[in-house]
Design a protein around this ligand. Sequence first.
Ligand code: PMV
Length: 314
Amino acid sequence: MPAFSARAPGKIIFFGEHAVVYGRPAIAVPVEQVQARAVVIPDPIAPRGRVWIQAPDINLDCALGELPEDNALRQLIQLLQAHFKIDHLPACTLRVSSSIPVAAGLGSGAAISVACLRALSAFLGAPLVVEHVSALAYEIEKIYHGTPSGIDNTVVAYAQPVYFVHGQPIEFLSIRQPLTLVIGDTGRSSPTSGPVGALRQAWLENSQPYEALFDRAGEIARSARADLEAGTISHLGRLMDENHALLVQMGVSSPELDHLVSAARVAGASGAKLSGGGWGGNMIALVEPELAEQVSTALLESGASHTLITQVRP
Ligand code: PMV
C-alpha cells in the first residue's frame, strides 16, 4: 500500500504581529527552507482505530490513545474524524517530522497541523481543499493560543505571502521585487500564548495606549503593502524598525531580541524587528543580498543560536 505524505513551510510575520489579533492588518510570508512533514503509512492488518504516532524529533513513538487527551496530534485527529463524520481512522502509522524550530515564531505548530491534515485526508481518500486545511488548523491554534488571529494557519496552508485581516477574505500579496531577509534565532523558545496572554491582560486593564500602538502597527502594514506591491522597497527597513519599537512598547520583545535587532542594524541591515509572538524566538533583518552573510555572521557573534538567509520572491 502506498504511503501518503505532505509538507508545509514555516513562516515569518513581516509586519503587524500582535496588532493583528486586535483586527489590524498584518503581512506574513512563507519560509520554504524550513518544513514540517507528515507521512501516513497504512496498516492493512491491524484493526480500524489502531493509529500509531511517531515523531522522532521529540522521541515520540506510541499508540494514539497513549497520548494525553490535550495533545495537539490527538486533538487534530479528533477534529479530522469529526469533519469526516467517522469514529476512527483506518489503521495506520502517522510519522511527523519538522525542521522548523518549535515555539520560535516560525509557525511550527501550524505547519505540523497543515502537513498532518493533508497527509491524513489523502489517506482517507478525500484530500482536503486548502480552505478546509486552513480552517481546521485554525481550530488547533485556538486550543493552544486562546485568541489566535488566524494568520499562521493561513500563510502556512496557502504557502503564499498574505496581507491578513482577521475575519476578512484573504488577500495575497504580489511582491514586485525580491527581498533578502536574515532570520536570527535567540535560541530561547517562547510559546506564543505567553506574550499574547500578557498583552491581552495589559490591554484589558488599560486599552487606550495599546489601541494607539495597534493603530500605528496597522498603518505600517498598509504602507509596507503599498511598497511591496509597487516594488519601492527603500522604506521597508525603516518601517520594520518602527514596527519593532511598537512591539517593544507592547511589552513583547526581550533583551535578546533587542540585542540581535541592534546587531543586525549595526552590521548593515536596512531594518530589523522581532517576528512572531516575541519574548524569544526569532527576529528578522532586511538586507541587500551582498550583505546577507555579513549580517548573519554578526547575529551569530551576538548570540544567535542559528541564522537563516531567505528570499521573498515575486
Ligand atoms: O505563532 P507566532 O509566535 O508566530 O505568533 C503569531 C502572531 C501573533 O500575532 C503574535 C499571534 C496571532 O495569532 O496572530
